[in-house]
Design a protein around this ligand. Structure first.
Ligand code: TXA
Ligand code: MG
Length: 334
């Protein structure tokens, strides 16, 4: 059974470090989502990460470091704008794709000449990485195709049988993955939209290009809820949600904003509601998204209705996720 480590207890920190050094997998919190940690230098442990997730070997892992200076160790070379990005965004939810240093095993990078590096803004993660003394690989600690985990419970639901343990850090504050920026390209290319917006990046380094396939999980299928997910936008949302509900198979799930829920009136017993917070607070909706998908799925929902947030700030990455997992209601009725 997986151990739950509380690393403010010295014995627990030591036990987690020893598990990693022995080639075990230890999940850890970050400010975005939980990562599935293993020693990046231990090829057997890295292979175990791919196996545990059910992830294709060609889909690369990112390195998690504890101090900005460790970026130099992970990169064969660094373009000048790396320092600007590190100065402004690290620690934080920005992963930099850089030319891979020779010591980084090919299994980590899926055979590529580049590697993603990230310095999490999470004290627990950094203490763990520092104590181990080696960068940890850290894909999201979910089975491939499931929502990224934002709590210990989610990690255990997906991976309990495959891991030595998980370091408890409570609920992850951001709830969406890091932004992935390839700084080997000119202009730099956003490979995944995440918690740092393209506006924030451009304010520091000028124009960036957003790769057409930029998506929370690249080109791979992901976040499969059993239910089909529909998405409302535009006006009169509560009224249109009620119309949708009349025809929706049961149980039905609603993943809606405060403002819309307020207009629904009494909710039937066979309808599950997950409140995403206000339309004015995309950061709240981002924080609640993956938990809501997992809960409505576990409740057996046969159809789910969500809605659109303004595509600004964190709303950009939030909507990028919602675009992938849901269908606009306007174009197709349930
Ligand atoms: O917020 C995050 O980034 C979380 C936390 C745990 O740090 N980690 C995470 O890792 O989301 P993962 O493996 O679930 O997603 C990393 C994404 C994958 O889609 C992978 O294909 C892409 O980054 N990626 C990693 N290295 C890459 C590289 N060298 N070139 C292009 N894409 C890369
Ligand atoms: Mg992932």
């Amino acid at each position: 059974l997986a151990t739950i480590y509380h690393i403010d207890k010295p014995d627990d920190l030591q036990a987690a470090v020893e598990a990693l050094r022995a080639g075990g997998l230890v999940a850890f919190p970050t400010e975005t989502v939980y990562g599935l940690g293993a020693l990046s230098t231990d090829e057997e442990a890295v292979r175990a990460v791919f196996r545990a997730k059910g992830r294709p070997a060609a889909n690369p892992l990112i390195l998690h470091i504890a101090d900005p200076a460790d970026l130099d160790r992970c990169a064969a070379s660094l373009p000048p704008l790396a320092q600007k990005l590190v100065g402004r965004f690290w620690p934080g939810p920005l992963t930099l794709v850089v030319p891979k240093a020779d010591w980084v095993p090919d299994v980590v990078s899926g055979g590529r000449a580049t590697v993603g590096v990230r310095l999490p803004d999470d004290d627990i993660a950094r203490r763990l990485i520092r104590a181990v003394g080696t960068p940890l690989v850290g894909p999201s600690a979910n089975k491939s195709g499931r929502p990224s985990p934002t709590s210990v419970r989610h990690v255990l639901d997906d991976l309990e049988a495959d891991i030595a343990g998980v370091v408890d850090g409570g609920t992850t504050p951001l709830g969406l993955e890091s932004t992935l920026l390839d700084i080997t390209a000119t202009p730099p290319r956003v490979l995944r939209l995440g918690a740092v917006s393209t506006d924030q990046l451009e304010a520091v380094i000028g124009p960036v290009e957003v790769a057409p396939q930029a998506a929370p999980a690249g080109k791979l299928a992901h976040y499969q809820t059993r239910a089909k997910v529909w998405r409302l936008s535009g006006q009169d949302r509560a009224a249109r949600a009620l119309t949708w509900l009349q025809a929706a198979p049961r149980p039905a799930g609603l993943m809606l904003a405060d403002e819309t829920i307020a207009g629904l009136g009494p909710i039937p017993a066979d309808v599950f509601v997950w409140n995403m917070g206000s339309l004015g607070r995309p950061e709240m909706a981002a924080h609640r998204l993956f938990e809501g998908l997992r809960r409505l799925d576990a409740a057996g929902c046969a159809a789910i209705l969500t809605e659109s947030w303004p595509r600004q700030g964190l709303g950009q990455a939030l909507m990028n996720h919602l675009d992938l997992i849901s269908q606009p209601l306007e174009e197709d009725a349930p």
